[in-house]
Structure formats: C-alpha cells, structure tokens
Design a protein around this ligand. Structure first.
Ligand SMILES: [Zn+2]
Ligand SMILES: [Zn+2]
Length: 373
C-alpha cells in the first residue's frame, strides 16, 4: 500500500478554500478511549482510508494505549461514521461529545498520528494504577457537590483556564499537565480527605489525574464525566444553571466555544475586560493573547510594537527578516505575567518614538530587497 497518499499535504489556504466551497453542514465532535490497540501503524492507515471516504477532518492520536480524536464531518455522515466505529471492537460504543457552538470549519484536514501516548502527560504510568480512577459525575451531581462546598480543580493547562472556568476553581499556574498535577498535589496536601472535583476539556486528562491523586492518598476524588464539552451539552439539555463561566478553550481553528456570556478575563495589553483570544500574527512569535478589539487594531493583531513593525512590512521583507530566525517558543509567555507584557509594550513605544524603529537590522534588509527587486 502506498501510505504516502494517506496524508493531506495541501497548504492551509488551499484547504480552507476547499472547505468554503464544500458547502455542506458539518458537525464537530470528540471522543477518546483508553484501550489496548495492536498493530497501530496498520490501524492508522485503515482508519485514514475509512474516515477520509466519509469526509472526516480532524486531529487524531492513536497509540498502544488508545485513541484520542477531535474531528469534524458532514452531518449527513454521522450515522455511517457511528457504524464504522461500532464495527471495530476497540471503538464500539465509544461515547462521543458534540461541540455546542460550531460553524463546522474547525479542522482543515485529516491528520491521524501514531504516538507513544494519546495524551502527552509526562507521568510514569507504570508507577501507579491508571485504571483506579475517580468517581465520574454528571453535570447535575457536579453542581450539587459544588454547592456542598467541594474543592474544584481545573486540570487543564494555564492558558486554557484563562477565558473560562468553574466558579471558585483552583487554576494551576503550571503550563504542563505534569506540572499542574504536581502543583495540585502540593497545594492540597493538607486536604487529602476533602471532596475533590476535577475537570478538564473532554474528561480524558482527569482519568490520569484522578488515578494519580488517589495513588497519592486523596480519598474522595471525583471527575466531571465528558469534561466541559459534555457539561455544556447536559446543562443545555436539562435546563440547569451553568457553574462554568465564560468560554471553553478548544484545540481547533475556533480556539474557544462560548458556554455562558460571562467574561472572566482581561485584555493582556490594556487590562480592560475581554475574553477575545488570538495569537500574535507575527509568524515567529505566535504568542497566545487575550486581546480586546481596540488593542487588536492598535497593535495590528500583534503582541507588541516590535512584532507589529515586522508584521506590517511587505511580505517579501518579512520573509527576508525571518530568514535564519528560529520560531521562538514564546507561545504562552505572557499568561502568568501580563504586567510584564504591558511594561515591554511601554518601553518599546518609547524607543519607537525616539528611533523610528525597533529593528535597526531592517535597514540593510530593506536595501537588499530593493536592489534585488
Ligand atoms: Zn486591550
Ligand atoms: Zn508577538
């Protein structure tokens, strides 16, 4: 089998245009299962062919420990897709969660990746019993336990908690799962017999987190079944009050889906109330931002005057500037220190007013570009 063809190598703009032209209604959904899988490479190619023919797009990780999938597909193909999953013993009856707010443009291509683990959690799985998980709670029970005073802990990464979370939840500062779970263990070490409620985006991370906390001696560990995604669905279906406020950060083109109208965050650049999430548009920066409309206009969708100056150059000059520069890992840098970002912006604005540029190296680049043109 020519497995090279079992990949989509088109450029994003071409894929986006293709999706625009398609004109069919799509549904975005996610599912995961910890299950022993054999011959994972071969399975990956089978799934690619099968799902590609059903118009499935999305990001799927498979490994010997299971599957973790976030996909969009033509709504008309939901039933055949369900049947295809159920036909495989490993995936039969796997519960899926349908995204609430969705324009169907959440994924541009189908990417199925073989991984060591379906969630990069950095935990030594053999050090504790990963099947000894906490009690799974539905939305109504989760709400009731919150009212009874249980400790609520957000098991997502720090950037995911930014624009929405459960009322009064502990939000770890760490930016990795491993770091977050160590932090939670430390912060709550005096409360090992308290009622603990864990939650994450789709429930998968809580499987590991709850098993780990139980292993560490916590006695009343509960987790939100199906995560925030399914909580939102249950709240809607049963007419319950949402104790989750704001937006839910998601891992696709949308970046977030709105659960309630509450705005729980502030613009990192000016401090005004905002939960508009974006990435710095300067390609080597890409910093994740909470950025209000006014600041987006002021900084040309960038994190700083420095990135703005590059981003506003003609595309050829941007490319010339980028040459030989690595894409720095600044993605989540401002989250725990928005004040630091604001200080940097003030300093850069002053320098810019003084010198007319923040990138003296541009002079020679621009000259070179103009002579070669
Ligand atoms: Zn702002
Ligand atoms: Zn930037």
């Amino acid at each position: 089998m020519d497995t090279h063809r079992l990949r989509n190598l088109d450029r994003p703009d071409i894929l986006r245009a293709k999706l625009e032209r398609e004109g069919v209604e799509r549904t975005t959904l996610s599912f995961y299962r910890y299950v022993r899988l054999k011959e994972v490479e071969a399975l990956r190619h089978e799934l690619y062919q099968e799902w590609d023919s059903l118009g499935v797009l999305g990001r799927i990780y498979i490994s010997q420990e299971g599957i973790n999938a976030q996909v969009s597909l033509p709504t008309a193909n939901l039933e055949p897709f369900r049947a295809a999953l159920d036909a495989r013993e490993a995936f039969a009856q796997v519960p899926w969660k349908i995204a609430v707010e969705d324009d169907g443009k959440s994924f541009l291509k189908l990417a199925i990746k073989v991984k060591k683990k379906i969630v990069a959690d950095g935990l030594a799985d053999d050090a504790f019993d990963v099947t000894n998980v906490g009690a799974h709670l539905d939305a109504a029970t989760f709400n009731r336990k919150m009212e009874e005073g249980a400790l609520v802990v957000d098991m997502r990464n720090n950037y995911e908690c930014l624009i929405g979370h459960f009322e009064g939840a502990y939000l770890p500062k760490a930016d990795t799962f491993r770091g977050a779970i160590e932090e939670v263990k430390e912060v709550m070490k005096a409360k090992k017999d308290a009622e603990v409620l864990l939650y994450c985006t789709g429930g998968i991370r809580c499987e590991k987190a709850s098993a780990y906390l139980k292993h560490e001696g916590f006695t009343h560990v509960n987790q939100l079944h199906g995560g925030i995604i399914d909580y939102a669905r249950q709240i809607k279906a049963q007419g319950l009050a949402s104790k989750y406020k704001g937006q839910n950060f998601v891992f696709d083109e949308r970046l977030a889906e709105r659960i309630t109208d509450d705005v729980v965050s502030t613009c990192m650049q000016c401090g005004s109330t905002s939960d508009r999430i974006s990435n710095c548009q300067e390609a080597t920066c890409n910093m994740l931002l909470v950025q209000c409309e006014a600041c987006a206009a002021k900084y040309a969708d960038c994190c700083s005057p420095s990135c703005r100056e590059i981003h506003q150059l003609p595309i050829d000059q941007q490319r010339a500037w980028r040459k030989g520069r690595s894409t720095r890992s600044t993605k989540t840098k401002a989250i725990n220190d928005p004040e630091g970002l604001r200080r940097r912006i003030r300093e850069e604005e002053e320098l810019l007013a003084l010198n007319g540029t923040l990138h003296p190296e541009l002079t020679s680049i621009i000259q070179r570009e103009q002579t070669s043109a």
